[in-house]
Design a protein around this ligand. Structure first.
Ligand code: HEM
Length: 162
């Protein structure tokens, strides 16, 4: 990845000097991630499609479905608002509901290690079904979610009856 500041230096070297105006253009959007944020790369339409597919899987999962309130559109829209800001796009969740306090908001729901894995499996399935999202972006997104999902775990697995 080439940082803007390096670009500026290399232009200086090649051309001998660069005008202040050119420097401003180069430095203005200090973009540190190649291709923009994950939000820019995925785009809101594909993110929305992904989350619709994701909650279809969650709704069909016997471990996950029972702990959700059941209005999947509301849940999907909240998640979309959160993901928008999380991925570097507009902070819609903050604007609508305030600080996410994600772990605290999950406390009423028993998020066990097994459920966290099931949640991630649903996301993996949804990403696999959404080839519109570039595979490298899907991998980056999934890796970020694995960390947050682990942080959401708030109770032990329920013992399986013997
Ligand atoms: C680890 C497994 C997880 C489980 C079992 C789980 C479960 C739930 C449940 C039951 C709700 C309530 C849905 C509703 O009120 O409509 C919820 C809400 C939410 N979850 Fe998760 N979640 C998990 C992981 C995550 C992760 C990894 C993220 C974000 C990266 C996330 C973000 C959210 C958000 C933004 C909400 C809406 C909060 C609100 O305003 O009420 N969840 N989740």
């Amino acid at each position: 990845m080439v940082h803007s500041i390096d670009l500026l230096r290399s232009r200086d070297t090649v051309r001998g000097s660069s005008s202040l105006a050119a420097a401003r253009v180069i430095l203005a959007p200090m973009q540190l991630t190649e291709g923009g944020s994950l939000y820019d790369r995925i785009g809101p339409e594909h993110l929305h499609t992904l989350l619709t597919r994701f909650y279809r899987h969650v709704a069909a999962d016997p471990l996950l479905a029972p702990i959700f309130p059941g209005d999947w559109e509301v849940t999907r829209d909240k998640q979309f608002a959160f993901m928008s800001g999380f991925l570097g796009g507009p902070p819609l969740y903050h604007q609508r509901y305030g600080h996410p306090r994600l772990r605290a908001r999950h406390l009423p729901f028993p998020v066990t290690p097994v459920r966290a894995r099931a949640w991630l499996a649903c996301m993996k399935a949804a990403l696999d079904e959404t080839p519109e999202i570039a595979r490298a972006d899907a991998a980056e997104y999934y890796a970020a979610l694995t960390k947050v999902a682990a942080h959401m775990v708030n109770t032990e697995d329920e013992p399986t009856p013997v």
